[in-house]
Ligand binder design. Sequence first.
Ligand SMILES: [Zn+2]
Ligand SMILES: [Zn+2]
Length: 276
Amino acid sequence: MILSSPHVHTQFCDGKNTAEEMVLSALEHGFQSIGLSSHAKQHFDHQYAMDTEREEAYIREVRRLQKKYEDKIRIWLGTELDLFCCAETGRFDYVIGSLHLIPTADRILGVDNTKERLLNICDDVFDKDGIAMAIEYFRYYGAYIYAQRPHIAGHMDLIRKNNMEGDIFDESDPRYRKAALNALGMVRNSGAIIEVNTGAMARYGAKTPYPDRFLLEEWLNMGGEVILSSDCHRAEHIMTGYAQSVDLLLSIGYKTVKVLGTGNALFETTELKPLR
Ligand SMILES: [Zn+2]
Ligand SMILES: [Zn+2]
């Protein structure tokens, strides 16, 4: 099985390590390819995203690393794009489409924040109806991925991040599932690959990756393809959660996953093999 991750953050955005440290960690873990994916610049909040200057420096650095390590690992230049980004996507080898923010009538809501802030949003905007909030999230997610047509659809059910105890919304509720499945259909029609994202396993103690099992089951029925991704912000998390995620995918019936290519093609297919 080829090891790789297309979703890696560095000091050019909100990652803790340099791009080169991420590449070295990937090499130590036996990766054959890796994609850097700094948060694309947007019209506001340059704290976690790149600005114009940092974008230039990021592109220069990844191209330098590509050359420096070309005999050891295939490095790809990616970016993680959001609804409010203003980056020129043609400058990158590939794009991950993600939704961390949803607009409402009078403000932009961050769904990737603390639980307290998500609960405030739920109270203020959705009259304490957590499922209504999740429905709104999935509505924007599906529409965004369909319109943007990224190569990879990022952490599709990120709204679950602060719902690990199931106290904000019931993930088995038919209204929740219908909204999530609708979004899944939009992703399928966009042609994107869905990432099986282990980021919350490394950072927030989640037991399983995004997206939830029922979505991965339906995605397989649809004939969709998945790519394993660590969405890591630290070098030591380059493949945290991969072994559990491979077991999960095998138990659902997946035989292969996509990985970033080791040569000229952006994606290759690799056979799933237990990692433990
Ligand atoms: Zn993200
Ligand atoms: Zn990310």
